[in-house]
Design a protein around this ligand. Structure first.
Ligand code: MN3
Length: 248
């Protein structure tokens, strides 16, 4: 590679090509990435794999930004805070902790239930959404037909269950190890892992998930949300559930 093309690459990567006439060495040094912030604990916020406006107009960018960068980040921060004095929390598998909450000391049980549940729920949520999400096919579609009465009935029943969930909570499709599906709701940040099940997919019906755009119209949000679902990811999660490897 010539030195010229290397420089061009550097400028392209740092977005300062417009000032390429300025002293190059200085800019090359300035472009070096800042040292990463020291990790504050064992839990990390999984980055979104799509821009926050990916689901406009169904979910607005501001809601996505606040939901991921503030709400989910707060669950992660709270967990790291607990892990400072309970190191085992940061090394155990999420499904093992949530599947055995009663083993935790009473002083942290409530905090872990809410925040690790919230971390698991949102980690799943960002995964199973995506732009150009396609349609259910193959084994997942067959399971929806077999266990949930086909797509139309499934979506109607899922939306109805999400609408009935009083206050804050989630509507899930749980998946058993034999691949059987069921629609289930949970209050607050409870997750099916708390009773030994796994969430194939789920929708967040906390008001923070939709209030900026939909206010009290949760039913409209529940309907629109289907436009954000990433069926390829759900197919992966279904295969993992049957293999016994599905975590959060
Ligand atoms: Mn939420």
């Amino acid at each position: 590679m010539s030195s010229m093309s290397r420089r061009q690459l550097m400028f392209a990567a740092t977005g300062i090509a417009a000032v390429a006439a300025a002293p190059r060495l200085v800019f090359a040094q300035a472009a070096a990435p800042a040292p990463a912030a020291a990790p504050t604990g064992p839990f990390t916020l999984p980055p979104l794999t799509y821009p926050t406006n990916a689901f406009e107009p169904h979910i607005d960018a501001k809601t996505m930004e606040i939901h991921h960068d503030k709400h989910h980040a707060a669950y992660v921060a709270n967990l790291n805070n607990v892990a400072k004095t309970n190191a085992q929390l940061g090394t155990a598998k999420i499904e093992d902790v949530l599947g055995n909450l009663n083993a935790l000391d009473d002083s942290i049980k409530f905090t872990v239930r809410n925040n690790l549940g919230g971390h698991a729920n949102h980690t799943m949520f960002w995964q199973i959404m995506g732009p150009n999400g396609g349609k259910p096919e193959g084994e997942v579609l067959a399971a929806i037909d077999r266990d949930l009465g086909g797509m139309e009935k499934f979506q109607n029943d899922f939306n109805a269950a999400g609408g009935r969930q009083f206050g804050s909570g989630w509507v899930f499709v749980t998946v058993a190890k034999d691949g059987k599906l069921a629609i289930e709701t949970r209050p607050n940040q409870d997750n099916p892992m708390m009773d030994g099940k796994r969430a194939l997919m789920g929708n967040d019906v906390w008001e923070h998930a939709y209030y900026l755009n939909y206010q009290n119209r949760r039913a409209d949000y529940l309907k629109a949300w289907w436009n954000t679902v990433n069926w390829a990811k759900i197919a992966e999660r279904y295969a993992a559930a049957k293999a016994g490897t599905l975590g959060a």
